[in-house]
Design a binder for this molecule. Structure first.
Ligand SMILES: Cc1ncc(COP(=O)(O)O)c(C=O)c1O
Length: 409
């Protein structure tokens, strides 16, 4: 979501590769579950408030799915909270823990809403850059890391928490166990809470397996793990997410949820529970939807990378997630950008593509703090989880737009 873009998207109806969603349907068994739950469950309860902590069947399914992943028992009644998307969990975390002037550390580039959510509560974002430690250009996202001293220096007695987005949006970096352990040790030293935002956990392309922060020794007691139901079943429009962690940390979020929206809609929670129950049985098998997500998305990533490479666009190969960070600086002179007056390079290119070519990608500038936007490069973030037919269309648009004209020197 980018408010600056939403009006334009409504006006021009472009192909949307800015936002992070697929243009194909969720798994059939989830859609069947939603149909069945409304057709077969004739109880009036289905249409009334759910328990404010989430439908018990869904909480049980979430606990059962997550227990083997983090290698510990999870109390479905006390240690799971169902929210309106992962975003509400992040908002409730902030409302629950952050007072004006409190500092929240996170890595840049970052998911756009992080800065907004924290600032809305008067919190102060403290950014630590992800970068290559040898000063070279990153070829792939896992070339990025953080300077240990820089992270250490970010902690002080105003630090309330650190948010670790693993895998990182927008780059697709998966954090290593060693990096997460280092982060955890600093949090122990300064007694700081960790928010582990793992919305992209099912999109992993090998090399560095997804490591769950809450599974590392001693980390459970200070970690809230945030998960997106929408990224789990390709249905972000259902607006389901959840958080799990120790009861002491989750209780404030549960109160906040009850005081703001009372409860998450009931029928979709029940359908979600039914679909998760199916996936729990299939976990780590060829039938698993989560395995399918990685396999299928990796092929799409590779296709996107090939298209971009053929065009001469620099792209950081994502090792996880569903976005590619692309840099069009080398070839931007092939188009006439003078029609767009925005002086922020990424915005100028992104707005031009929407208005002139019907293609919407997000400007790279969005993913950096307000005072550190790099306006020298034409960087765009693109979502690659699209059908082959749509990727064909996107390839056609990009290649025609940036074709080298026969008579150009
Ligand atoms: C890193 C990150 N956190 C949270 C969210 C929000 O997820 P949801 O749609 O479940 O609210 C997103 C959505 O793209 C995201 O990229």
């Amino acid at each position: 979501m980018c408010l600056e873009f939403d009006d334009l998207v409504a006006q021009y109806n472009p192909i949307d590769i800015g936002n992070g969603f697929p243009n194909y349907n969720p798994p059939k068994h989830l859609l069947d579950a939603l149909r069945d739950v409304t057709a077969n469950d004739t109880s009036w309860r289905l249409h009334q408030y759910a328990d404010f902590r989430g439908d018990p069947r869904l909480r049980r399914a979430i606990a059962k799915l997550s227990e083997p992943l983090i290698k510990r028992h999870i109390d479905a009644d006390r240690e799971v909270l169902v929210t309106i998307g992962a975003i509400q969990a992040l908002d409730l975390v902030t409302k629950s823990f952050v007072n004006p002037g409190d500092e929240v550390i996170f890595f840049s580039p970052f998911f756009v809403q992080y800065e907004q959510i924290i600032r809305l509560e008067g919190g102060v974002p403290i950014l630590v850059p992800l970068k290559t430690l040898n000063g070279q250009k990153p070829r792939e996202a896992n070339d990025l890391s953080f300077d240990r001293k820089e992270l250490e220096a970010a902690f002080n007695n105003r630090t309330k928490m650190i948010w670790v987005n693993n895998p990182n949006n927008p780059t697709g970096k998966s954090f290593t166990e060693e990096e997460l352990t280092f982060i955890g040790q600093l949090c122990e030293k300064h007694d700081v809470i960790i928010i582990s935002d793992e919305v992209g956990q099912w999109y992993n392309y090998g090399g560095q397996p997804h490591v769950r922060l809450a599974s590392l020794p001693g980390m459970w007691k200070r970690t809230i793990t945030v998960v997106s139901g929408g990224k789990t079943f390709s249905n972000i429009g259902w607006r389901i997410g959840w958080a799990f962690g120790p009861e002491e940390l989750l209780w404030g979020l549960a109160v906040g949820l009850s005081a703001s929206v009372l409860a998450v809609p009931t029928p979709t929670q029940v359908a979600f529970a039914m679909a998760l129950e199916v996936e729990i049985e299939r976990l780590n098998t060829n039938q698993s939807y989560f395995s399918w997500l990685s396999t299928e998305s990796m092929a799409k990533r590779d296709r996107f990378l090939k298209i971009l490479n053929e065009m001469g666009v620099d792209a950081i190969k994502p090792n996880a997630g569903y976005f590619i960070v692309t840099n069009f600086t080398n070839i931007v002179n092939r188009i006439d950008l003078s029609l767009e007056k925005d002086t922020r390079t990424g915005f100028q290119l992104a707005l031009w593509l929407i208005r002139q070519k019907g293609l919407s990608a997000f400007p790279g500038n969005l993913f950096y703090p307000t005072d550190q936007k790099d306006d020298s490069e034409f960087v765009l973030r693109m979502c690659f989880i699209k059908t082959d037919a749509l990727i064909d269309k996107i390839e056609g648009i990009l290649k025609n737009t940036f074709a080298v004209k026969a008579n150009s020197s």
